[in-house]
Write a protein that binds this ligand. Structure first.
Ligand SMILES: Nc1nc2c(ncn2[C@@H]2O[C@H](COP(=O)(O)OP(=O)(O)OP(=O)(O)O)[C@@H](O)[C@H]2O)c(=O)[nH]1
Ligand SMILES: [Mg+2]
Length: 266
């Protein structure tokens, strides 16, 4: 052990170096500033349009990110949470609340640089079979043909895992994922799981996702919001883009919603 209090043990050069090596670093931590930028960008979300059918959707030339998943998985709530807005997307205890494809614009100063798509959920038992089949067809067409679609967020309730319909959807998008379509599975309502269950759910979903990104998310506990926002920002700005000048006020989250899990459709 070096005794630095002994006069002969002290090396003047080393002492001087130690003083210089500790400049005051006033820069914000990189991870924090990236989260603030992403959060400020998400907060710019505003309603763009709603389409009952695919052919009603306007063709767009900005990147589009779609939220897909089973009915009641928490897609609309996730959009409201990420955008820090209470009622941008229609969320409800009652499964099947979102029945149209709803688009929301993102971008500073009213200049749209990306679009979020809130899609109706699938798999709701009470929906007549013919409607289910019709919707699955619309979904498949959307996912295969929507040209500006650059990313998909699949919301999955980890208490139920990826369902057969989720797997079918994964198969449908696989060729596009190979061609560069971004893909994230959010294990939602993570507040319902303890630590052990969360770890287990993550590893199972990672196996099923075939190497795709999987993250835990809870609108109730505000868990996973920064990670998801930053990822979506990166997807939409692959070249780094002009970072939006997010202010703290813009990035502040609103009051937590009174989330109450629905009587679910299982
Ligand atoms: N505990 C808990 N409940 C949540 C969370 N996210 C959503 N919920 C609840 O789940 C229910 C369904 O949420 P929605 O956001 O409407 O679900 P959706 O996937 O958009 O449903 P559809 O539009 O029917 O496909 C609501 O009662 C929400 O309050 C969460 O993170 N934690
Ligand atoms: Mg919805």
């Amino acid at each position: 052990m070096t005794n630095t209090s002994h006069p002969r043990a002290r090396k003047p050069a080393a002492a001087a170096k130690a003083t210089i090596a500790r400049p005051a670093d006033t820069r914000p931590a990189p991870a924090k500033s990236a989260a603030v930028v992403a959060s400020g960008w998400m907060h710019t979300a505003r309603f763009l349009t709603t389409a009952p059918q695919l052919h009603h959707l306007p063709p767009l030339d900005v990147p589009e990110i779609a939220f897909v998943g089973r009915s009641n998985a928490g897609k609309s709530t996730c959009i409201n949470t990420l955008t820090q807005q209470k009622q941008l997307a229609y969320a409800s205890k009652k499964p099947g609340r979102t029945q149209n494809i709803n688009l929301f614009s993102l971008g500073k100063q009213g200049v749209t640089d990306a679009v979020l798509a809130d899609l109706p959920g699938y798999g709701y038992a009470a929906v007549p079979k013919a409607d289910k089949v019709r919707w699955q067809q619309v979904m498949a067409n959307y996912l295969v043909t929507r040209e500006n679609l650059i990313g998909i967020v699949m919301m999955c309730d980890p208490r139920h895992g990826l369902t057969e319909l989720d797997e079918i959807l994964l198969d449908i998008i696989r060729p596009r994922v190979v061609d560069g379509l971004k893909f994230l599975i959010l294990l939602t309502k993570a507040d319902k799981l303890n630590r052990e269950e969360s770890t287990k759910a993550l590893s199972i979903a990672r196996l099923q996702a075939g190497g795709g990104e999987v993250k835990l998310f809870s609108a109730l506990k505000k868990q996973g919001i920064d990670e998801a926002s930053m990822l979506l920002w990166q997807w939409a700005h692959p070249e780094g883009g002009a970072a939006p000048a997010a202010t703290t006020a813009e990035a502040e989250a609103e009051e937590p919603e009174n989330l109450d899990d629905a009587e679910e459709d299982r």
